[in-house]
Design a protein around this ligand. Structure first.
Ligand SMILES: [Fe+2]
Length: 195
């Protein structure tokens, strides 16, 4: 294989995730690739640059963080995601110690699981995941109506609560600064009488 023409590891990982999203078996169809994975990666790069960590590793973790959810469904996707990531990254000859850190990022990315975040890389993935939600309010609405069967009032309250929790749980003040205008808009549009 000509080294110049060989795809870099981040492209290989992104292509793998896109292929999985395109499959008819993908649990949430192709939409998450454009509407969730891409913005998470963009925010993860922004934070990786800001905090001077291994950008490649953070990008790979961002692409893979929800892969378990795509292939097997949401339940335990932090665990299934680790297994899938380990297998794929070994196939791509990614260094073993870096694979372990990617797995830590995937395992601990679910705020609702209350895991401790030890490393900057883990905090970056969790913050990027939360920030991306603010760019896809329509996706949260879709989930509320379609998957959770909420009525309009319940959906409005649910969005407000979800995004308020996401905002309050951000690790970095830098993340809060980035998203503050959008969070203010959430309060204005969905805050109702609770604001
Ligand atoms: Fe996510």
């Amino acid at each position: 294989m000509n080294e110049v023409n060989e795809k870099n590891i981040v492209d290989k990982v992104r292509d793998f995730v896109e292929e999985e999203c395109k499959k008819p078996t993908s649990k949430y169809g192709y939409e998450p690739f454009e509407n969730h994975f891409k913005p998470v990666v963009q925010y993860a790069i922004l934070l990786a640059n800001k905090f001077g960590v291994d950008r490649e590793l953070v990008e790979i973790s961002a692409w893979l963080h929800d892969i378990g959810s795509i292939i097997y469904g949401r339940e335990n996707h932090h665990i299934t995601g680790c297994e899938i990531a380990e297998k794929k990254l070994m196939e791509f000859n990614y260094p073993k110690e870096k694979i372990e850190l990617v797995k830590k990022c995937i395992f601990n990315h679910r705020g609702s699981k209350g895991h401790n975040l030890d490393t900057l890389e883990e905090k970056i993935i969790v913050d990027a995941d939360s920030l991306a939600n603010f760019d896809n309010v329509e996706g949260i609405l879709k989930a509320a109506f379609l998957y959770e069967n909420l009525n309009q009032l319940e959906a409005r309250k649910s969005i407000f609560k979800k995004l308020t929790n996401k905002y309050n749980q951000l690790s970095f003040d830098y993340s809060k600064d980035i998203i503050k205008p959008k969070y203010d808009a959430v309060v204005l549009l969905f805050g109702g009488n609770e604001k």
